[in-house]
Ligand binder design. Structure first.
Ligand code: PGA
Length: 648
């Protein structure tokens, strides 16, 4: 599976630009002195900040720290982090007294090239965690470009971790880039054998991880507390060990799935068990599944260590997530230490998946000997699970030309049940797709569609919106509310809206601008009728539509916009334009964008073809030079057909 490459800070033209950088300066502070007790996270962001400073950017840093509940609180100020950064980087770091207030805005406006401003704790505003579009727009208004370098919060769709990318050209920093290279690289294209070592106490925490890795790894080693649930599920005696009886079926299913896929799934063959959960408990080694009553397993035994170490020694890629036993107690750290040592000794690409395992490898002194220790806890877990991380997904692609398959269900789906059903059918079919996928569902189906598509690579589009935020517009839908709900795209100026609802180039333009101002990505439609084609008016007509639609839209906003060329005579008629006809007009549209903006802007524009695209015609159309995908009506109502189109 290919991995989608995201833009990196080096792909942006940062000189003289104000760059807002989401960093993860959520550092631990001493409760009494308020001193930073571990500055690893600040150090982790230095490469990106240094790059920006050295390349004459005006740097605006934004982060959260702790969990402020009710607005600004001195104990959650970014001051200690800003001061430590100044020491580490050897330059002044100005701290604003607010986040989007007057102080922040005036300090941001006054920044000179190479200077650094830190905003106050972004979670002083409750809008941050709600990914409120107006709050994100305010933050964005201070900057020209957005860089996300906070991997630790990349699994959260907050205003500063994802929302900003709806308003500004965006890229990852070096820290996120490294996570993508290592974890993303291992999952997409591992050197084999690929061995995954999974531990930790609960199966329920790791279901997603195990199940995703069964599709990718050659060997899965299971240790830690969750191994006892696997053993008990097969009827073994586990004494008073950790156990989740409600996960027995699931454990057995995972074992069966591994077997069916030919993946080696190794469970411990022996166990160090104790008569109490304590450092000084009595202990003994027993065969797995033969733990005496009243005893609990707290570590893997010597034979398991030998078995697992041999697998590790053979590996070319290793991912480790979760300790093998209760390593906090020295007496029961032997298994975890032995696995850490085996990983350190191996010459494989070794990745430690954050959280407890990162703490373990550091505590045991092997941190220097592994290829990569992830800086995320929850984020790395979700990444390994194969979930889409909003903080990464939101960033611009490195290369354009990635297929964008958007469905337009029109009024053809029952709400809300059909929406959820169709999306649930589609999800597994497209989960490894590298194309961008969106579904334009009826308004009433939006909540169900958003829920069904959560964490997947399917985005939700609205089929229309009004250009006003609120007011006396009976029956209309506010773009603000679509954005607040989590809708990503909005189809604007579809020919059916132009024909039946009197949409004009002027309303299309107003709607596109409104959508952009709330962080919605417009898919702007254009296209000629049959009579116009026959009268040779196609090009003039389309040029007029594009000029009208893009009036007063600045070039920096183009990265948020898609154009859909939809010849009216091909919509819903089963009469697809030929590859050549579609290519000819899409190339023409690109030319119009080049005239209106610049060649580079035109080259980076996503242009779809729409009109009776189906599973048979998609591949031919999408392989045309100027066609980057399709807006698909009828064929998007069948999961299988649409998956073929999305994978075309
Ligand atoms: P169709 O619709 O694929 O059913 O022709 C396309 C559209 O209206 O977007």
């Amino acid at each position: 599976m290919a991995m989608v490459q995201k833009k990196n800070v080096e792909d942006l033209n940062v000189a003289g630009k104000k760059v807002i950088v989401r960093v993860d300066f959520n550092v631990p502070l001493d409760k009494t002195t308020n001193e930073i007790t571990d500055d690893k996270r600040i150090k982790g962001a230095l490469p990106t900040i240094k790059y920006l400073v050295e390349n004459n950017a005006k740097v605006i840093l934004v982060s959260h720290l702790g969990r402020p509940k009710n607005g600004p609180e001195a104990k959650f100020s970014m001051k200690p982090a800003a001061d430590r950064l100044a020491e580490l980087i050897g330059k002044p770091v100005v701290l604003a007294s607010d986040v989007i207030g007057e102080d922040a805005k005036s300090k941001a406006a006054a920044l000179k090239e190479g200077e650094i401003l830190m905003l106050e704790n972004v979670r002083f505003h409750k809008e941050e965690t709600k990914n409120d579009p107006k709050f994100a727009a305010e933050l964005a208004s201070m900057a020209d470009l957005y860089v996300n370098d906070a991997f630790g919060t990349a699994h959260r769709a907050h205003a500063s971790t994802a929302g900003l990318a709806n308003f500004l050209p965006s890229a990852s920093g070096y820290l996120i880039q490294k996570e993508l290279d290592f974890i993303g690289g291992a999952l997409a294209n591992p050197k084999r054998p690929f061995v995954a070592i999974l531990g930790g106490s609960k199966v329920s925490d790791k279901i997603g991880v195990i199940s995703n890795l069964i599709d990718k790894a050659d060997t899965i080693i299971i240790g830690g507390g969750m191994a006892y649930t696997f053993a008990a599920a097969k009827g073994a005696s586990i004494g008073t060990s950790l156990c989740e009886p409600d996960k027995f079926d699931l454990a057995n299913e995972l074992v069966a799935k591994a077997e069916a896929k030919g993946v080696k799934l190794l469970l411990p063959v022996d166990t160090v068990c104790a008569d109490a959960f304590a450092e000084d408990a009595n202990s003994q080694v027993v065969e797995s599944g033969k733990i005496p009553d009243g005893w609990m397993g707290l570590d893997i035994g010597p034979k398991s260590i030998e078995l697992f170490s041999a697998e590790i020694a053979n590996a070319k890629t290793i991912i480790w997530n979760g300790p093998a036993g209760v390593f906090e107690f020295d007496k029961f750290a032997t298994g975890t230490r032995a696995l850490a040592k085996a990983i350190a000794d191996s010459d494989a690409i070794s990745i430690i998946g954050g959280g407890d395992s990162a703490a373990a490898i550091e505590k045991l002194g092997f941190a220097e000997k592994v290829s990569h220790i992830s800086t995320g806890g929850g984020a790395s877990l979700e990444f390994i699970e194969g979930k889409v991380l909003p903080g990464i997904d939101c960033l611009q692609d490195k290369e354009i030309g990635r297929t964008f398959a958007a469905g337009n269900w029109k009024m053809n789906c029952g709400c809300p049940d059909d929406a959820a059903k169709l999306i649930n059918e589609l999800k597994p079919l497209v989960k490894d797709a590298t194309s961008t996928i969106a579904l334009g569902v009826p308004f009433l189906a939006i909540p169900a569609a958003l829920e069904a598509a959560a964490y997947s690579n399917i985005k939700i589009a609205a089929q229309n919106c009004h250009f006003e935020e609120k007011g006396a517009f009976t029956g209309e839908i506010s773009p603000l509310w679509l954005a607040k709900m989590g809708v990503t795209y909005v189809i604007i100026g579809h020919s059916e809206r132009r024909e039946y609802f009197a949409e004009t180039d002027e309303t299309v333009n107003k709607k596109a601008k409104a959508a952009l101002s709330y962080g919605l990505k417009p898919i702007i439609c254009c296209g000629e009728s049959l009579a116009q084609r026959e009268a040779n008016e196609t090009f003039d007509w389309i040029k007029g539509q594009i000029i009208g639609a893009f009036k007063d839209i600045p070039a920096e906003k183009l990265c948020q916009i898609t154009i859909a060329y939809e010849p009216i005579w091909a919509i819903g008629t089963g009469k697809t334009a030929s590859d050549e006809q579609a290519q000819e007009v899409c190339a023409f549209i690109r030319g119009v964008i080049a005239e209106l903006y610049c060649d580079k802007c035109a080259a980076a524009m996503t242009i779809q073809y729409g009109g009776s695209v189906n599973a048979k015609t998609a591949a031919g159309l999408f392989s045309q030079k100027d066609i980057n995908g399709g807006l698909v009506g009828g064929a998007s109502l069948k999961a299988e057909d649409f998956s073929i189109i999305a994978l075309a």
